[in-house]
Design a protein around this ligand. Structure first.
Ligand SMILES: Cc1ncc(COP(=O)(O)O)c(C=O)c1O
Length: 372
């Protein structure tokens, strides 16, 4: 099947490796293989000796155990390791969805969460987030209740959310689970930004710990800052569903990269160190953005996220965010992602909070603003 163009990824392919100041990256600061290996005694030698044969299709058993330990109720049997989070969206959509099924998807969204369903031929209802004048985001639970149909098969949520930074509160997640359970729906919960709660926000409980038909998506790319590993996973209490996804995986990647699985294990054995480092970067960047927005009250509104590494501030000028972002990157090399890449109007842009050089990027953004 041919999928519709992935606008955000096409935009990133154009600028990510040429623009010097990336201010909209969704992942946290990465590190070198050497830095990662130095976190574990003996890991450098073990890595050199690591076998480069095929790996187990569901993923290295110890890695599955380490991933399961990030949840409350799950064991290694509830985890399948994948080559990135994107593979989980594809496996779920292709395995579970048929033309004429109906799905409800939080919107805006990482495009594949709704695009794959659309291209398969499903009816897709957008469950829209909205922000107020102060850029505080909200989601209407009644909309979900009112839009379930006879042929609804699944609800897709993403929390912490890309691009708005909205976090589904625990009480709302409970309600979503109740609605899904009452209608026997799958709940696909994209949680790739989980474990990035900042400024004392409560720790989020995964949908996979709450609901027997939930499938949670996780990855090493975002909270752990290790996107180059291309290691993600699906987590679910429904082991029959996992088996179905595994059967499809034999047509996508078969099994995962052996060096990446090794490195992911080192990272998860040192999860607290990596997560603390990345939360500290985000908290410091939130302080910098608060100051920056105060300096330009006539240009921006923003509300800092409670968790995750991204926000979706409002541009309060006549200029469209696409024009603003393209002029900015072409003239000053600072990359922001306009809301048009999320098919969400012209008034917002995505901001990334996980990179160490954010203050430097802001200096160049300030130069741009002063000159225009
Ligand atoms: C919400 C969401 N889901 C899934 C992905 C895919 O993650 P990965 O690139 O690590 O496969 C992304 C990447 O930006 C994302 O933001």
């Amino acid at each position: 099947m041919k999928y519709t163009q992935f606008d955000l990824e096409v935009f990133f392919a154009k600028y990510e490796f040429s623009a010097p100041y990336l201010l909209c990256s969704s992942d946290c600061e990465a590190m070198s293989i050497g830095e990662l290996l130095s976190l574990d005694d003996g890991a450098i030698e073990d890595f050199h000796n690591h076998w480069l044969g095929y790996t187990e299709a569901p993923g290295d058993p110890e890695l599955r155990q380490l991933v399961a330990s990030r949840y409350n109720k799950l064991s290694d049997k509830n985890i399948i390791i994948l080559s990135g989070a994107q593979e989980g969206i594809q496996l779920f959509s292709q395995t579970l969805l048929q033309p004429d099924d109906h799905v409800i998807v939080m919107f805006p969204a990482y495009q594949s969460l709704y695009q794959m369903a659309t291209d398969i031929g499903c009816e897709v209802t957008h469950w829209r987030l909205a922000d107020n004048e102060e850029n505080v985001w909200s989601l209407d639970l009644d909309f979900l209740r009112d839009n379930i149909r006879e042929n609804t098969r699944a609800v897709f949520i993403n929390t912490p959310h890309n691009p708005t930074g909205f976090v589904v509160p625990d009480a709302m997640l409970e309600e979503i689970v109740t609605i899904c359970r009452d209608h026997n729906l799958y709940l696909f919960s994209d949680e790739v930004y989980r474990e990035l709660e900042v400024n004392d926000a409560p720790k989020a409980i995964s949908a996979a710990d709450k609901y027997e038909k939930a499938i949670a998506l996780g990855v090493m790319s975002k909270a752990y800052g290790l996107a180059g590993l291309r290691i993600g996973w699906v987590a679910s209490q429904d082991t029959d569903l996992l088996q179905e996804l595994l059967n499809q995986k034999f047509y996508t990647t078969i099994c995962n990269s052996a060096p990446s699985e090794f490195l992911a294990k080192v990272a998860l054995k040192n999860a607290d160190t990596l997560l603390d480092r990345n939360r500290t970067i985000i908290e410091s960047n939130i302080t910098s953005i608060n100051q920056f927005i105060t300096d330009y009250p006539n240009l921006f509104r923003w509300s800092p996220p409670q968790a995750g590494s991204i926000a979706f501030p409002r541009l309060v000028t006549e200029t469209s965010s696409e024009e603003f972002c393209i002029n900015l990157v072409e003239s000053h090399g600072v990359l922001l992602a306009p809301s048009t890449m999320f098919d969400f109007g012209t008034h917002h842009f995505r901001l990334g909070l996980g990179r160490k050089n954010l203050p430097e990027c802001l200096e160049h953004l300030a130069d741009f603003i002063e000159q225009t």
